[in-house]
Design a binder for this molecule. Structure first.
Ligand code: MF3
Ligand code: CO
Ligand code: CO
Length: 267
């Protein structure tokens, strides 16, 4: 397999794209309230990306082999929806949890990030799943450094999730990213220590675990995109775009509104 190695100039482009993607989430945050539709959130995101950022919403018309072109600019996945939910005119309700996934292209570089939002007052279980999944993403991120293998990242996430009674979705994974939205390698969120590709400085990929409160099994809806849990249990996801540096990692998708890393992440 061929994993592209980013130059210093490439990384500068990725930092900008990553920050812009994160800033779209910052912009959307005050709008995520009971009564707003995900289509409205999509409109707000689209107009900011295009007219303010001078960037391109990567999902719009994205059509990997076997898929119909994605019709919107962001993905919004509610409650038992795992990923790739399509914005529509239904209002969000108090207690919903929603993942908003934003990918922008700026000067040819992709920044890809997602966060969970609790709409109004969430249940204890819903908030716990969202917070837990944030920590699960960071359990993977803190592993990133030269010499570590992709299996070590997947194992850290899987062990953390399963030891706490949650399950990890297997069918979707993190991915290399750069001038292309999805490139090599695949970054599985489960696996065995010491297996798969060894990380070297300049690799760039996303870590984006999907964690279910119930069983890991999923199915695809008739729209050809939306993925849901088979048992209709709640599912959460967070995503960052991460660079392998000489000594560890650098997160590309940070902005003023990014939540701070969990306490277990050293300074
Ligand atoms: N942003 C998603 C990811 O993290 C991919 C969405 S593909 C789309 O890889 F077409 F649904 F937008
Ligand atoms: Co991604
Ligand atoms: Co994404």
């Amino acid at each position: 397999m061929t994993i592209s190695i980013k130059t210093a100039a490439d990384v500068e482009g990725m930092r900008i794209a990553g920050r812009l993607a994160s800033e779209v989430l910052d912009l959307l945050t005050p709008h995520v309230k009971p009564g707003v539709s995900t289509e409205e959130l999509d409109r707000i995101a689209n107009q900011h990306i295009v007219n303010v950022q001078g960037a391109i919403p990567a999902p719009l018309n994205y059509a990997p082999p076997g898929y119909t072109p994605y019709p919107k600019s962001i993905c919004t996945s509610i409650n038992h929806q795992v990923c790739h939910g399509i914005p529509n005119d239904r209002p969000l309700k108090n207690g919903d949890i929603v993942n908003i996934d934003v990918t922008v292209i700026k000067d040819g570089w992709h920044g890809d990030t997602s966060r969970m939002f609790v709409v109004g007052e969430g249940s204890i279980a819903a908030k716990r799943l969202c917070n837990f999944t944030y920590d699960a993403m960071w359990k993977g991120i803190v592993k990133v450094k030269p010499g570590v293998r992709l299996g070590d990242i997947g194992n850290a996430i899987q062990t953390f999730a399963e030891n706490n009674g949650f399950s990890v979705v297997r069918e979707f994974c993190g991915h290399g990213i750069g001038r292309k939205f999805h490139e090599e390698p695949q970054v599985l969120h489960y696996g065995k220590p010491g297996t798969l590709e060894e990380l070297v400085p300049g690799m760039m990929f996303t870590i984006e675990p999907m964690i279910n409160a119930g069983k890991r099994d999923i199915r695809e809806m008739g729209d050809g995109w939306t993925i849901v849990t088979k048992d209709r249990s709640l599912s959460a996801q967070w995503e960052h775009t991460v660079l392998v540096t000489e000594t560890g990692y650098e997160v590309m998708t940070l902005s003023a509104g990014s939540p701070p890393p969990p306490a277990f992440v050293g300074a």
